[in-house]
Ligand binder design. Structure first.
Ligand SMILES: [Zn+2]
Length: 280
């Protein structure tokens, strides 16, 4: 398989959807490729990471999976990236930050459904929605179910934040929990686009969450059991930079390690999905 990209391509040589031609996409469909659609956000990520941080990560997760699987002769096309998602709940609350451009859940659902219908109509049989912005996950689950029911395609939402547990935690060096713009995201951006990271803007922050939470007190899209969408103001006292964690612990090497863990899990999902459906 040498089309739409050779099986020797590194992940940085895997084109994004906008760089392909219509003939490339037709060839991918003819080759029985599955398609992976990266979902990100346009959202503040403290002072040290760019607004497109979530989109960069989900695009690079998709490109890395495409490169890994192409080396095995398994065709995977990186689909059109969606750089918008719904507002964040915990990490942005309670401040509105300049630069964040959110869409409603209804808009994201409508957009995702339309994209999946287009890809299904063009002949893709399996569509993965890879989530780079955790708050998009509930909508991606609904879109996956509805479009799978409405078309011949199987649409899957893939949430690596849950799928890579507990291995993901083995890379972390910072002492406390790491969330929005923290060690993990900063490390992956150092691996993906180091020129966009501003280390001189690093600060640390952690909200004052209860020390003795109930069992599985974590958002469902992060692997927990409680969907809490509001905190009293004292929990986020001193929260001024939209940050949760300690970015100074991040390195490009740990970013690569995070991506490798994600890649192992995601490629396993895709290999097993292909085995389930049989070669197209
Ligand atoms: Zn993010």
């Amino acid at each position: 398989m040498t089309f739409p990209y050779p099986d020797t391509a590194t992940w940085r040589e895997i084109p994004i959807f906008d760089e392909l031609t219509s003939h490339d996409v037709a060839a991918a469909v003819a080759a029985g490729a599955h398609v992976i659609v990266p979902f990100g956000a346009t959202e503040q990520h403290a002072g040290h990471l760019p607004l497109g941080t979530d989109t960069y990560q989900s695009v690079d997760i998709a490109r890395r999976a495409a490169a890994t699987l192409m080396r095995e002769g398994v065709p995977l096309l990186v689909g059109p990236a969606v750089p918008f998602g719904p507002s964040a709940v915990q990490s942005e609350s309670p401040i509105d930050f300049p630069g964040s451009v959110y869409v409603s859940h209804a808009t994201l659902l409508s957009l995702t459904r339309d994209i999946c219908h287009e890809l299904a109509r063009q002949g893709f049989k399996v569509i993965y929605l890879v989530c780079g912005h955790a708050e998009s996950d509930p909508v991606l689950q609904i879109a996956a179910k509805e479009v799978s029911e409405e078309t011949d395609a199987s649409v899957l939402s893939v949430q690596w934040l849950i799928g890579t547990q507990p291995e993901y935690g083995t890379v972390k060096r910072a002492p406390g929990s790491q969330g929005h713009a923290g060690e993990g995201e900063t490390a992956r951006m150092l691996a993906s686009a180091p020129h966009l990271v501003r280390p001189h803007k690093y600060v640390s922050y952690r909200p004052a969450l209860p020390a003795d939470p109930a069992a599985h007190d974590k958002m469902p899209y992060l692997g927990g059991a409680i969907g809490r969408y509001k905190y009293p103001p004292h929990v986020f006292e001193g929260f001024e930079d939209g940050l949760w964690g300690d970015p100074e612990y991040a390195t490009a090497e740990s970013g690569e390690a995070y991506y490798e863990i994600i890649d192992r899990w995601l490629c396993d999902v895709i290999r097993k999905e292909r085995a389930l459906w049989g070669a197209a």
